[in-house]
Design a protein around this ligand. Structure first.
Ligand code: ADP
Ligand code: MG
Length: 157
């Protein structure tokens, strides 16, 4: 298990970090998919980081929070990003009805906010990302949970 810390002074720093991170993920073999759990209080920056990642892969338009839809999808450069926000999920079983298995597939990157709501059904992550408040700024912590996750962290400066 490898850990990485970084201070993010403002929203732009969070977006930039997301761009760097997705570029690293885009360079490894994710034929079995790549899964990220995003933890942090409301307003910590989970969606902001996701936006940086999605736009960093080349998505030009808006990135809206999947709060009401549970998942938003983006298909860019032969990759599939599935951005989940499970805050409003009542029962993990709903994920089965959504066909959750189809999201954890070849060349897919699943970014999951409030993953604890899907406990027992979701695939385990390659990376845990924790974002916490530091006055008006934020601190980010990455913890690897697979060889792929470790490979990513080892490439961060
Ligand atoms: P979450 O998805 O975790 O609920 P959001 O990304 O929707 O949070 O909102 C985060 C809020 O915090 C936004 O208003 C954003 O401008 C701000 N923010 C994001 N990153 C930082 C940062 N590094 N420092 C300060 N504010 C940030
Ligand atoms: Mg959010």
């Amino acid at each position: 298990q490898t850990t990485y810390y970084q201070h993010l002074k403002d929203e732009q720093a969070t977006c930039l970090f997301g761009e760097k991170l997705i570029k690293l993920i885009n360079q490894i073999d994710i034929s079995h998919g790549f899964v990220v759990y995003l933890n942090g209080d409301l307003g910590a920056g989970k969606t902001t980081l996701s936006r940086g990642m999605i736009q960093g892969l080349g998505h030009q338009g808006n990135v809206k929070s999947p709060t009401y839809t549970l998942v938003e999808e983006y298909h860019i450069a032969n990759k599939h990003i599935y951005h989940f926000d499970l805050y409003r999920l009542n029962d993990p079983e709903e994920l089965e009805f959504m066909g959750i298995r189809d999201y954890f597939t070849t060349n897919s990157i699943c970014l999951i906010e409030w993953a604890e709501k899907g406990e027992g059904i979701l695939n385990s992550p390659d990376l845990f990302i924790n974002i916490s408040y530091d006055n008006t700024a934020r601190n980010i912590e990455l913890v690897s949970n697979s060889l792929l996750g470790t490979e990513i962290i080892n490439q961060l400066p």
